[in-house]
Design a protein around this ligand. Sequence first.
Ligand SMILES: NC(=O)c1ccc[n+]([C@@H]2O[C@H](COP(=O)([O-])OP(=O)(O)OC[C@H]3O[C@@H](n4cnc5c(N)ncnc54)[C@H](O)[C@@H]3O)[C@@H](O)[C@H]2O)c1
Ligand SMILES: [Zn+2]
Length: 368
Amino acid sequence: MVKVRVSLAPPPDASYDILIGRGLLGELPALLSRACAVARYAVIADSHVAELYGKKTVARLHDGKLHADLFTFPAGEWNKSRDTWTALTDRLLAAGVGRDAAIVALGGGVTGDVAGFVAATYLRGVPYVQLPTTLLAMIDSSIGGKTGVDLPAGKNLVGAFHQPRLVVADLDVLATLPAVHLAAGMAEALKHGVIADAAYFGFLEAEHRAALAKDGTVLDRVVARSVEIKAGVVARDEREAGLRAVLNFGHTVAHAIETVAKYEVPHGEAVAIGMAHEARLAERLGIAAAGTADRVRLALEHYHLPLDLPDTAPIDDLIAAMHRDKKARGGEVRFALPRRVGEMHADAGGGWTTPVPEQAVRGVLTGG
Ligand SMILES: NC(=O)c1ccc[n+]([C@@H]2O[C@H](COP(=O)([O-])OP(=O)(O)OC[C@H]3O[C@@H](n4cnc5c(N)ncnc54)[C@H](O)[C@@H]3O)[C@@H](O)[C@H]2O)c1
Ligand SMILES: [Zn+2]
């Protein structure tokens, strides 16, 4: 087992551990009793994960003499919504779940974000634990305490910062993850390489076949290194006052695509399309070294990730959605852009996002 600590500044001390290994869900009663001892656990899972792992997980908690119940919602990004938040909180209340309880988010990023938001708000906030079951959730969304839901007007527009007490990534569950969601997770792994570690990016380029074949040694390394990178950034900037914005490389375009295409493009695929376009934008603006965009595109292709805008996302609509992005300031759309693979661009004032004129954005989106 690998343990990565997310060290956050007191007070209060919200630091927590991320445990990475195999067979960890079997040790859950002991892990929960140590890191998040409460009278009752409300396990939240989407409909797919509930069938695959939810019932089993609750049964294990019962075996460990813990009080636990399963609460489910229909799978799919379009269900990361205020309606799901309403339904879950109503059911928790009806079941008599009180302040002596904790939420256990078992699933992908959708479950982690919406269950985390339930935890942040239910009875003014209860503790929660993340049990990520997609590659994307293990290496990205379960870490950092960003919770929330999507709105028709945009991604993650309602939410809260709420740090988990513990994250447990059991790589055994990746055995059932569909190929398209494995690739979607690799998009965020490639992002980690671009923003922080050229050698890691090179490893991901070289090992794409093994990674897509779910080679255990390669996936172990991917999860361990990506978690280190994400945890390191979050620890230095818990509430995105500065550096944490680098994690948004590819995401200004990605969030616009997700919104305009009504959440039918998986997040990781939207990030791939976003990175392909934003890397080219960085090169056009003279920020990124020549060759950066081609290298990013080729790596994404290795993972069979999409590079082109979907037909369901017209460029005018994308530009309008970007203006509603949380990173937009004073009418300007901002991007976190790379200087080269392994290093992000900071301006002279130490800011990690760059305002880009609409004409330049439009030029890159049209492929011109
Ligand atoms: N909070 C953050 O910091 C952060 C960071 C990155 C992404 N996100 C969010 O994460 C979300 C995307 O997460 P995702 O890609 O994990 O999507 P997801 O949660 O929808 O999971 C993808 C699909 O895989 C299924 N699934 C999950 N685990 C499985 C398993 N082990 N075996 C078989 N099927 C399984 C799910 O039921 C779902 O159908 C987006 O909403 C994105 O905005 C949040
Ligand atoms: Zn993302």
